[in-house]
Design a protein around this ligand. Structure first.
Ligand code: NAD
Length: 438
């Protein structure tokens, strides 16, 4: 069914029509319009000063009826739930002045980082506040939060890195989400347009869909690419490799020696290995009552067992020791569950468990490991969903539309960068704030 026809029927059915999201384009500024930094204390002052050095139009007080590009609400000093009222209601007065595609970003401390019940209540309160606010925003505007944990401050490299990501068009389809900055590690790039310059990155499942988009985005950001896919996808893989001026490695990631072959190829062809993106994945959907061994086993083998085995080889290798980065592609199905996807959801929830437990292991080498969990993304995988289900499913989120493969790629590229070095063991959803389950 053509897109035009689908749109026409969707309109007749009274389904909401999506707004065009602001997406990052090379050479464009981080964002346009004034950035209002609200919140008292040195953390807010220092953060505002750091943003000024990015040539942003930073305000500490709202000017009535001036259109705002973003509101950053610094809530790093909450001791009791009552402390929320003043800063939150002050920010509320500016919400009607947000420009289309604006951003609201909270910066607060992680509730898990305190044993004081009142402080934990106040900090956890930000979670409910932000997720609800994100559902109230309109016209492509999004709301996301940064949680400070461990030794992280409002001006730590990864706090600023996450702020840059959330402010920019790179986070167009990330809405209602939190990222925890767990340390003062990480480093902002020398060249904001080429944050991955000098890095060698491997992307699995890169012959098409989200994997091909990840390869293109990492290339745009300056990385040298190794693209991996099964031999049957060889022609498409070669085309992607040519496009990103990288090399192709035909490999089934579930083969026992996949990890070593990836390391050997990267080192022999490009001299090093810095970044591995586990994107390859398959679905074999059936209700559990009708599930057979083959469907169950193949999904577990490709989606999670292969990643575990490859990571073991990576962590054991002396060639993967210079600020190594691993980013896995999970799925919101692994968070909220999805009818007909017990095998897939088990594998994708498994990815999130793996990422959490691998973080301290790769941390000993100064590295990080994270996952992105896409929601409804417009790819060949989701194009197979029957028309009516698809038209509804793609609208079941706060932005009322499906995401693009490039939206997932942007989140992956950020987590693979040095700027995200203080973020590890995290899962970032790229789902437009899916309304179902999570
Ligand atoms: P896709 O089917 O279009 O592409 C997946 C690629 O992985 C294909 O090129 C395939 O050949 C490759 N692949 C499969 N098995 C492999 C193996 N054993 N070894 C090497 N390569 C293999 O899928 P997509 O929609 O681009 O999804 C990419 C990832 O994103 C998957 O992990 C998927 O589960 C996840 N995801 C997708 C969506 C979505 O809405 N499309 C949502 C959530 C998560």
């Amino acid at each position: 069914m053509s897109k035009g026809l689908g749109k026409d029927i969707a309109r007749k059915l009274g389904l909401p029509q999506p707004v065009v999201l602001r997406r990052h384009q090379r050479g464009q500024p981080l964002m346009t319009g004034p950035v209002l930094v609200q919140g008292a204390g040195s953390g807010a002052d220092e953060l505002a000063a750091a943003l000024l050095s990015w040539q942003l139009d930073v305000r500490r007080h709202a000017v009535p009826r001036e259109k705002l590009g973003a509101i950053i609400l610094v809530l790093d000093q909450l001791a009791r739930p009552e402390d929320l009222a003043k800063p939150v209601l002050t920010a509320a007065a500016s919400l009607r002045d947000l420009a289309p595609n604006a951003r609201v970003i909270t910066v607060s401390r992680s509730a898990g980082d305190t044993v004081d019940p009142a402080a934990a209540a106040a900090r956890q309160g930000v979670d409910g506040l932000l997720r609800s606010l994100a559902k109230e925003l309109r016209a492509g505007a999004t709301g996301n939060g940064i949680l400070l944990a461990g030794g992280a401050r409002t001006t730590s490299p990864s706090t600023l890195g996450a702020l840059g990501f959330f402010l920019s068009g790179r986070s167009a389809f990330v809405d209602g989400q939190f990222l925890t900055v767990g340390s003062a590690g990480g480093q902002l790039p020398a060249d904001a347009e080429k944050p991955l310059a000098g890095k060698v990155a491997v992307v699995t499942g890169a012959a098409r869909g989200i994997g091909a988009a990840i390869a293109r985005t990492l290339y745009r950001d300056g990385a040298t690419l190794v693209v991996v896919d099964i031999p049957a996808a060889g022609d498409h893989l070669a085309a992607v490799a040519n496009e990103v001026h990288g090399t192709a490695l035909q490999l089934d990631i579930s083969s026992p020696d996949a990890g070593q072959r990836i390391i050997d190829h990267a080192v022999e062809r490009h001299g090093r290995l810095d970044i591995v993106i586990h994107n390859a994945g398959i679905t074999r959907d059936k209700l559990l009552a009708n599930m057979d061994e083959d469907r169950w086993n193949s999904v577990i083998a490709v989606n999670i067992a292969a990643q575990l085995r490859i990571n073991e080889a990576l962590l054991a290798s002396e060639r993967f020791r210079s600020s190594p980065r691993i980013v896995s592609v999970a799925s919101t199905s692994g968070i909220a569950g999805n009818r007909g996807q017990t095998n897939y959801a088990a594998s994708k929830a498994g990815v999130m468990g793996m990422v959490r437990a691998t973080a301290p292991l790769i941390g000993t080498h100064g590295g990080s490991v994270n996952a992105v969990a896409p929601g409804f993304i417009e790819t060949e995988m989701t194009a197979k969903i029957p028309f009516a289900t698809r038209e509804v499913a793609r609208r079941l989120n706060s932005l009322q539309q499906g995401g693009h493969p490039g939206d997932v790629a942007e989140a992956v590229a950020f987590l693979a960068s040095d700027a995200a070095g203080g973020i590890s063991g995290e899962v970032l959803r790229v789902c437009g704030q899916n309304l179902v389950g999570a």
